[in-house]
Design a binder for this molecule. Sequence first.
Ligand SMILES: Cc1cc2nc3c(=O)[nH]c(=O)nc-3n(C[C@H](O)[C@H](O)[C@H](O)COP(=O)(O)OP(=O)(O)OC[C@H]3O[C@@H](n4cnc5c(N)ncnc54)[C@H](O)[C@@H]3O)c2cc1C
Length: 412
Amino acid sequence: MNTSSDTQSYDLLICGGGLVGASLALMLRPLGLRVALIEAIKFEGAGHPSFDERTTALSNGSRRVFDAIGVWPLLQRTATPIKRIHVSDQGRFGFARLSAQEQGLAALGYVVPNWQMGAALWQRLQEEQIEVLAPARVVQLSTADDTRRVTIEIAGELRECSARLIVAADGAQSLLRQAAGIDSTQQDYRQTAIISNALTQRFHDHVAYERFTPKGPLAVLPLSDARVGLIWTVPTEQAATVLGWSDEQFLSQFQQAFGFRLGRLLKVGARHAYPLSLIRAQQHHAPRVVVMGNAAQMLHPIAGQGLNLGLRDAASLAELLADASREASVFDAGDPQLLAEYAQWRQQDSQRIVTFTDTLVRLFNQQLGVIKFARNAGLLAFDLMPTAKDAMAQLSMGASTRIPRLARGTPL
Ligand SMILES: Cc1cc2nc3c(=O)[nH]c(=O)nc-3n(C[C@H](O)[C@H](O)[C@H](O)COP(=O)(O)OP(=O)(O)OC[C@H]3O[C@@H](n4cnc5c(N)ncnc54)[C@H](O)[C@@H]3O)c2cc1C
């Protein structure tokens, strides 16, 4: 392979142009830093693993972030508001409801197809003339004097780039995280999420359903065109069987688990499978490197928190860089104090969301009668206790102890 001899230098290199990395590049635009985004797979409308057939429940905080970077106006027409959330347990009496109206909100969150988020982000990257290297794969990380250097494979050539700060936004199997010497832990849930979308007899009326079934939790999310997004978490050993069912078999099995709240399920789209693990970076930074999004934490989708947390990672870093670039006489994007502050901020938010999500997975996996009883009582109590509901609503809306300015709707 040829090696290009010139080393390009930047303030900041974002490795990974998925939902989180691409959003960060747009957040940093007003700061006037030398930034490039390196992405292994060019977005060309379809077939990108980050911008696929999934649908994502975005919190109000994430909507504000997307608004700030000019992405929300492109999504607004297809984003479906969630006005109520309905949580239930198959075959039990307890259920809980959350309502946007009770919280004094227009919506608890919004459901958006991932590929549309990809299309909007890539359109904005072009409009803002952000330097994007794609398809380009980071293959190595090394240390130079007061920079870090990455080796990139691009069009059959190896190229070197250096930067004051490297952002690892390269997903759960992050090469950068490993190369920076940041350890990670992985806990296999032995569950696989099967996703699809469906047409229902009755209109969803902007309700998102979460239901716990003996096979695993399922979610039904409201979509535009009166369709719904389905996420069914099944034991991994049953995933191939569920994928192999005919559409009729799938509809009948899903209907049995979900019930008839939306009348009959009429038609189902293609099914896709996502094996689920909790993967966590042990630190959020190393010298001149930060990790964010799935590279920092990959969560179970049960509570719909992964992207919302990843966007807060990005918005937190953007805020710290904006403040530092205003205050410092000599600005260094990889300043150790700045990175330590980023790590502390992200550690707290991540810990809170990981604990919440992991507890939910464990609680609803238990088959023991007494736990079943407790969780039914819990769901009922939850429905009757405004404080618990407010806490849950805050979480589903993306609130955290320290909320980044962009997620509060305040400019950088
Ligand atoms: C079934 C399911 C449902 C979900 N639902 C929700 C939800 O409702 N709400 C929510 O908030 N979250 C949800 N999530 C989580 C959310 O999808 C993820 O948190 C989010 O996609 C993470 O984005 P990312 O950019 O960090 O990582 P990724 O999407 O993995 O992006 C990483 C990018 O880095 C690139 N890359 C990798 N290696 C290299 C390299 N060496 N060089 C260059 N580029 C590289 C990849 O090509 C990729 O584009 C769900 C997840 C699943 C699986």
